[in-house]
Design a protein around this ligand. Structure first.
Ligand code: FES
Length: 105
């Protein structure tokens, strides 16, 4: 179990990227829940973000791959539009304890 950060350091509706012990991850905070995925697009295996810590599309409703624009649901990681339609981001097991976000890698 690895401590990533304090939950409150990720504001509601935002995302953050992490590179920890060789693992590239993204965290999206939505409806007070933290969703953690590998920062890897199922289309071509590249990192997803546009700029550091920026993973969402303009609407703020979906995670978007910066390479070809695939859109992923935040709660499920499912691609609902783009070249990897029907594929999913790889989820990472996580839990919140005493206001801190931990991941199992
Ligand atoms: S590499 Fe992500 S949509 Fe093509």
């Amino acid at each position: 179990m690895i401590e990533l950060c304090g939950v409150h350091s990720i504001p509601e509706g935002s995302t953050r990227g992490f590179d920890i012990q060789g693992h590239r991850l993204l965290v999206a905070r939505k409806d007070l829940h933290c969703y953690v995925y590998r920062n890897r697009c199922p289309h071509q295996g590249v990192q997803l973000h546009w700029l550091e810590h920026q993973f969402l599309d303009r609407s703020g409703q979906y995670i978007q791959c910066s390479t070809h624009g695939a859109l992923f649901e935040i709660p499920t990681g499912l691609c609902i539009d783009g070249p990897c339609l029907g594929a999913s981001l790889e989820p990472v097991d996580s839990e919140v304890e005493n206001g801190k976000l931990y991941v199992y890698l």
